[in-house]
Design a protein around this ligand. Structure first.
Ligand code: NAP
Length: 246
């Protein structure tokens, strides 16, 4: 079950954290992986991690906020490997601030990186999926897109927007054999959560029914499932991976 042999997966933001775990888990299920980073150093690290795990594929440099770079990168990947059949829109970042202090630039940056980027990358990959009449799009949203979080109006708005995007696109492309789903992690141990103060971390662990923060592999397991043939009747859904927090 959950075999991904013959699939070509593009995972954005695969240099670390959740994206890295998704790339490795999908690769171990047999998919060829292209994993991205904004830096050459990060892309080399992706290639090295795939090689070490015996997975076909490579790292590549991609900044999802740059439209032209997205079109070029997707074009090069498809030329080298064939049409992308699994797209994991994982790249993301936070720039937290209370709304009254938030600069326009902080708002725009977070909406660009977490939401507009998904429009761009998905559009670039979708034509090949439509032609092939098969494909999987998996968008990494967040628990805060549903619950909100003080200091994260920009990030929560982007992630909530991603839920609407996911459900709308799912309806548009279902007839072409393409599913579009979301994964909404709760609090996962990555660089993104490493700066949480110990007191906040302790409070979170107390509030999480399963009693711990998640790890990348918890999220990756759901991504593998949604990418697999076994999930072919699931579309327009968002799966929460949050230890029971919401
Ligand atoms: P992370 O460890 O900080 O890694 C972020 C990844 O995104 C890196 O690979 C980074 O690439 C890439 N990235 C950032 N900006 C980019 C850009 N402009 N273009 C392309 N790639 C870019 O983050 P994470 O915790 O694994 O988060 C992954 C996803 O899960 C994000 O969408 C995040 O919002 C979501 N999420 C995380 C949590 C959590 O608790 N960790 C909870 C809910 C949702 P570089 O190599 O260039 O740095």
């Amino acid at each position: 079950m959950f075999a991904l042999q013959g699939e070509i997966a593009l995972v954005t933001g695969a240099s670390r954290g959740i994206g890295r775990a998704v790339a490795l888990s999908m690769g171990l299920q047999g998919a060829l992986i292209v994993g991205t980073s904004t830096s050459g150093f990060g892309a080399q690290g992706v290639t090295a991690a795939l090689d070490e795990a015996g997975i076909d594929g490579r790292g590549t440099v991609l900044d999802v906020t740059q439209g032209e770079s997205v079109i070029n990168a997707v074009g090069q990947i498809q030329k080298q490997f064939g049409p992308i059949s699994i797209l994991v829109n994982n790249a993301g970042k936070t720039r937290d601030s209370l709304l009254l202090r938030m600069k326009d630039e902080e708002w725009d940056d977070i909406l660009e990186t977490n939401l507009s980027s998904v429009f761009r990358v998905t559009k670039a990959c979708l034509r090949g999926m439509v032609r092939a009449r098969r494909g999987r799009v998996i968008n990494v949203t967040s628990i805060v897109g549903a619950t909100g979080n003080p200091g994260q109006t920009n990030y929560a708005a982007a992630k909530a927007g991603l839920v609407g995007f996911t459900k709308s696109l799912a309806s548009e492309v279902a007839s072409r054999g393409i599913t579009v789903n979301g994964i909404a992690p709760g609090f996962i141990e990555t660089d993104m959560t490493s700066s949480l103060e110990q007191s906040r971390r302790d409070a979170l662990v107390t509030a999480i029914p399963l009693g711990r923060l998640g790890v990348g592999e918890d999220v990756a397991a759901a991504a593998v499932f949604l990418a697999s043939a076994e999930a072919s009747y699931i579309t327009g859904q968002v799966i929460g991976i949050n230890g029971g927090l919401a």
